[in-house]
Design a protein around this ligand. Sequence first.
Ligand SMILES: [Zn+2]
Length: 350
Amino acid sequence: MNLLESQLSYPFGDDIPEPGTVHELASGLRWLRMPLPFALDHINLWLLDDRAGDRAGYALVDCGAGTDATRAAWEQVIAGPMDGRPLLRVFATHCHPDHVGLSGWLCERFAAPFWTSAAEFGFARMMAAALPGVDGPSAIPHFQRHGLLDAGLLEQMQSRRNYYPSLVPAVPPSYTRLQDGQRVKMAGREWRVITGFGHSPEHVSLYAEEGRILISGDMVLPRISTNVSVFAVEPEGDPLTQYLASLDKFADLPEDTLVLPSHGKPFRGLHVRIQQLRAHHAARLEEVRAACAEPRSAVDIVPLMFRRQLDGHQLSFAIGEALAHLHALWYAGILTRVTGADGVIRFGLA
Ligand SMILES: [Zn+2]
């Protein structure tokens, strides 16, 4: 446990559910964990008691990636802990592949409706179809503009063409829309939708007053900071400013809120964690600002922010994250943005 984590409390300790099993955290609320084929090797899902008319079953929040390992774990959950009862609704906090990967498979299997926000639904559909703008090749000119000139690395990026569809075989063709402030009944509690921005287009977190429980998705994680990136599809975006503003929407929740994050362990210490995240980004912004005393591209900034060796997959997120910090400073009027004769965009002090 690192120093920052020691300021949080983990009420369930290191008691983590194995894939294929469930842990009951509160009445009608269960924790599942599914494997992921990345350095970040797991995602947490939440299975809640639910009713549809006189049918008793479950509402599921997030699905796991469309891999054989996750399907096998789901078969175990369906055959065992679900006790023969069906999924009645499938929720997605956002469109990333670990969250919506098996949504099509699960919704079809149980004839369950899919609930998410409009922007997350639209992006999931676009990316599953690998439409131009959100596919691997569209990212190449974006990375080149921001200083990535290494042919080998560009080739690696290009080969990420099927990254999303390979993890998300199908997204349901229709959905039920969730909007900020909406209330949803599950597990005998009323949950309020809190939308957030900067990590994904319209991320859905769910807060229950009764029991003071927050399903935070990827907006607040205990151990790692949420990825906040400028992507090719929205090259003028300012996601870091949006993300930091979105954290304000959790400000009125009680200090002892039980936070259920998509990665890491359930924890208490929401406001401490939000303070840590703000301090982290403030320090990063200051480092990036100082580095721009000489004009720098996003690729120039990456080794400053990420001191370890990165593979092509990690590098694409690292460039996006460097750009998010550069854009926040640029929109705040602290940096200027100039395209050089070589076609590379560089940021300098205003
Ligand atoms: Zn995510």
